[in-house]
Design a protein around this ligand. Structure first.
Ligand code: MN
Length: 488
């Protein structure tokens, strides 16, 4: 067993080359701690327990995350699965790691009860708001990614639930944060788990089509490199893009034919700088006829998640469309890793200029301050991604959106005016609390009403939402009027 454990750690070690010696030591300490804690446990897969946290840590290392995130990845299940407490983690590894572990644990406690489609968006918002540190989401996504990679060992019903949750919640969150590499893998794994047969059929079709395309793609690449060379434009990389089966499947349900979707050449060209991107488009449009209105400039106008590239579609040999993306190396990192790349550049390994290139940051706020501190960055991400701050659940799992700082009473009025008027207390996550208790993200709230309760003017001192305030004021006003009436 010891051999297996140290092998697992060795595998991780090899991925940590970008961290300082000090940081690697800290990661090793977290590994030993995690390894000692749940000794003797085995996963459903039959592997030693430590395999899972190490795999999560490896995913985080492949995203070039900092030591804190990797340590949290190693420790993420420890509090839930063993005697180790939150305070133990705090004392041994400090507040940052403890915070992330706590956040990830909270994630798993929210029961996602396969809601209606429109509810998923609220879940996503809630998860993001719950995460005071964006690394909570990154660690959770790495955790889910490994669970999905090993999903075959799960019983059927659990497999389906995980797959649904992954497609509805986690893949879109990854996409929203610009982490395309993670979102695509989550989608493919989720799709394969949910509809294994459809997945297999699509896969074999795609395999055939790709085999037929290989030669033409090679020819195209040669042509592009040749033309670029003629005008002295440096080409860093030309690659064929893998087609995503889930993406094709979704488009098929919009009644597009299978062959139309697959019979497309897809290429990506990587060049040195922004000017070269536009120059490359010029070269491409000179080679083949561009499809009208197909040119998209996401360099000048980046997508909401920070994505930048130039897109164009050409009519290639035999009129088959060639979809081409042109981008710089920096844009490529941003496109595939998104928010997760923030820490990559903070480690100072690259001369990446975040003011100049990172549309994501520019878009968030004045670029000047964006890289100043992590806390600020995280805050900016949260505020830009979702304005609303507080998401809580009804006992039936419906998500209620409130203002930050909202209380139990605000929640009650949000459900119904009569419930607000009669609110006496609440049960929040199985604990009875008073109506002025401030709510936190992800809590489940049940209001306790009592017929003898009536709204009091003091209530106005602590409610936050305008809806609650207005309802209380209206009630108090009517009360004054009716008592005046009684007095004659
Ligand atoms: Mn886990």
């Amino acid at each position: 067993m010891e051999v297996a454990y140290s092998n697992a750690m060795l595998g991780l070690n090899a991925n940590l080359h970008y961290l300082s010696k000090e940081n690697v030591d800290a990661v090793v300490r977290a590994f030993k701690f995690a390894n000692k804690a749940p000794r003797g446990q085995f996963r459903v897969t039959g592997e030693p327990y430590i395999i899972h946290p190490v795999a999560v840590a490896k995913i985080l290392a492949s995203l070039k995350q900092d030591a804190v995130a990797i340590m949290a990845g190693l420790l993420h299940d420890v509090v839930e699965d063993t005697e180790v407490t939150q305070q133990d983690i705090h004392q041994t590894f400090g507040q940052e790691v403890a915070h992330i572990v706590e956040g990830v644990t909270k994630f798993s406690q929210v029961q996602y009860s396969s809601p209606l489609k429109r509810e998923s968006e609220n879940y996503r918002k809630m998860f993001i708001s719950m995460s005071k540190d964006i690394r909570v989401i990154i660690v959770k996504l790495a955790d889910r990614l490994h669970n999905m990679r090993t999903i075959q060992v799960m019983p059927e019903n659990k497999r389906k639930r995980l797959a649904h949750e992954t497609l509805d919640i986690y893949a879109p969150i990854a996409k929203r944060l610009g982490m395309q590499m993670v979102s695509i893998e989550l989608e493919e794994l989720g799709f394969a788990a949910l509809y294994p047969l459809r997945y297999m059929i699509l896969l074999s079709h795609m395999y055939n089509v790709s085999a037929g395309q290989a030669e033409v793609l090679l020819h195209l690449e040669k042509q592009i490199r040749l033309r670029a060379h003629e005008v002295g434009l440096e080409v860093l990389d030309v690659s064929t893009r893998e087609k995503q089966l889930y993406g094709i499947y979704r488009k098929m349900s919009k009644r597009k034919s299978f062959n139309d979707l697959l019979d497309v050449y897809a290429l990506r060209v990587c060049v040195k700088d922004i000017e070269s991107c536009y120059a490359m488009i010029g070269i491409l449009h000179g080679m083949y006829m561009p499809k009208p209105k197909s040119f998209k400039d996401y360099v000048a106008a980046p997508k909401r998640n920070g994505y930048q590239s130039l897109h164009t579609v050409l009519y290639g040999p035999h009129g088959t469309p060639i979809e081409i993306q042109v981008r710089t190396k920096e844009m490529h990192v941003m496109a595939t890793q998104g928010v997760a790349s923030h820490w990559l550049y903070k480690t100072g390994q690259s001369e990446f200029n975040c003011k100049k290139h990172q549309a994501w940051f520019n878009q968030l706020a004045d670029a000047k301050s964006t890289c100043a501190s992590d806390a600020m960055f995280i805050d900016l991400v949260k505020h830009t991604v979702f304005e609303s701050e507080l998401y809580v659940l009804t006992p039936r799992g419906k998500i209620i959106e409130l203002k930050d700082g909202a209380t139990v009473l605000d929640f009650a009025y949000c459900i119904h005016t009569d419930i607000g008027h009669k609110a006496q207390a609440a049960i929040v996550d199985r604990e009875t609390v008073s109506i002025n208790t401030v709510l936190e993200n992800g809590q489940t709230v049940e209001i306790v009403t009592c017929d003898s309760v009536t709204p009091q003017s003091q209530w106005l001192d602590f409610v936050k939402t305008s809806r609650a305030k207005a309802s209380i004021k209206v009630f108090l006003k009517e009360q004054v009027i009716s008592s005046q009436d009684q007095l004659g």
